[in-house]
Design a protein around this ligand. Sequence first.
Ligand SMILES: NC(=O)C1=CN([C@@H]2O[C@H](COP(=O)(O)OP(=O)(O)OC[C@H]3O[C@@H](n4cnc5c(N)ncnc54)[C@H](OP(=O)(O)O)[C@@H]3O)[C@@H](O)[C@H]2O)C=CC1
Ligand SMILES: CC(C)=CCC[C@@H](C)[C@H]1CC[C@H]2C3=C(CC[C@]12C)[C@@]1(C)CC[C@H](O)C[C@@H]1CC3
Length: 470
Amino acid sequence: MGFVSNLKIRANTLFEYILINHRWVIVVFFLLPLSFIYDIYYNTRSWLIFKLIRQIPMCTARPGWQTISFRVPAYKSTFNKIKINLVDILEIDTRKQTVRCEPLVTMGQLTKVLVDLGWTIPIVPEMDDLTVGGLVMGTGIETSSHKYGLFQHICTAFELVLADGSLITCNKDEHANLFYSVPWSYGTLGFLTAVEIKIMPAQRMISTFLSESRKESENDYVEGIMFTYNAGVVMTGNMCNSVEEGKLNEIGKWYKPWFFKHVESYLKAGRGVEYIPIRDYYHRHTRSIFWELQDIIPFGNNLLFRLLLGWLVPPKVSFLKRTQGQKVKELYENNHFIQDMLVPADQLKNALDVFEKEVKIYPMWLCPFKLPADPGMLRPLDGKCSLFVDIGTYGVPKVDNFHPVETTRRVEKFVRNAKGFQMLYADTYMTVHEFREMFNHTLYDKIRKELQCTKAFPEVYDKICRKARI
Ligand SMILES: NC(=O)C1=CN([C@@H]2O[C@H](COP(=O)(O)OP(=O)(O)OC[C@H]3O[C@@H](n4cnc5c(N)ncnc54)[C@H](OP(=O)(O)O)[C@@H]3O)[C@@H](O)[C@H]2O)C=CC1
Ligand SMILES: CC(C)=CCC[C@@H](C)[C@H]1CC[C@H]2C3=C(CC[C@]12C)[C@@]1(C)CC[C@H](O)C[C@@H]1CC3
């Protein structure tokens, strides 16, 4: 023991002696070769990564199962996944009437913060877990869209990291071409790091007038639900601050009937007026995932279930996706139809006929929206701002000849001919040629060339086509 510690002290002393008097020995024989190896390692690594990154396109690292799109993107396993864990609301400017937030801020999070402060955004797409980034890069729609357009039309600025690593802010005046190309680009022009969105004062109650007529210019919110080909309910709503005695309906409470079931009761009852708290209204279809939950929990709207377990509902869409397994996936693939088709209002009647013939799925969601004549992927052909309707069909087709691919392709063809658009979170079976016929690529192609996106990001089609999704 004494011998070992003696040796150590001597060795230490020798080391210290060399360090102090002949440091060059350590530097020349150890540190220089080590520095050389260190540099070689880092330079090679950097060169390799740079080469590889330039070869392999990028996408966000958000796992496919977490997204509110119908399927899991196949490219997530092969592309360079870039972490963009930006989840915060950055700034609320009540003077400018805008909110600036990061891309992973969800609708539920945004309405909670804003409504508590007496503000709201003009369009709150339904489903609490939808993110600002996804709604900008994809699209978002709600029952105030007849007045304000799609989610992109309430955004005033986007902040992006481009393919060359530079950070850019674009709006209607600065880098306008990029600003108009971002919506529907599905992350193929750059990574979104912040979005500025318009806000407006929120009154705390909203009255839902169930009536058969739509008065678009007078109403804050308009929505229709068809329960059969011939019967539906039209709902119009306005913000207000007071409640008529006995007409308050807190539809968001866990024990309340599912919203679409409640609406269905008006088919018998006729007209009516209700006062609904604003967040209950915004997220009215969340508890029943529109009407999808009835296929998963058939007794979900039963009073006893609502009283006992209603507070736990709904399960997260991402968890349903993550746990569905191959069999359930195939079941949905072959016996289920989930689509939102956006058609010009004057094509609504024809569209309802097509959906009745091809799938016969009810309830069916009707959501009018205004399409401004802005440049970008969505251009109304006559170049004027016009009214469109989103037809949302989610459920099991009740026709005998349903075929997931052929039926969807027939519906897509109708929508293309009607000069409408398909929402791309769902399955699309269009060829690239058909896709380019539906969506105007003029500006998109120009911007991709200008920003050298070709190697950095894939094309939208290659991210959203059926082949790219599992
Ligand atoms: N009421 C409504 O309007 C509803 C809309 N939807 C649809 O759901 C989707 C939104 O779902 P959500 O889960 O929020 O989004 P997703 O994670 O599904 O993202 C949608 C697309 O946006 C891209 N994206 C998201 N964040 C960024 C970012 N920071 N930078 C660059 N690209 C980004 C994604 O790119 P990447 O592939 O690289 O991750 C992806 O291509 C939209 O397509 C929307 O249309 C669904 C239900 C209701
Ligand atoms: C209001 C608009 C524009 C769209 C609403 C679309 C939603 C109804 C669908 C979007 C993603 C869909 C998924 C399912 C149900 C319908 C949506 C929420 C499932 C939960 C159905 C069950 C499967 O196992 C998983 C699905 C994930 C996506």
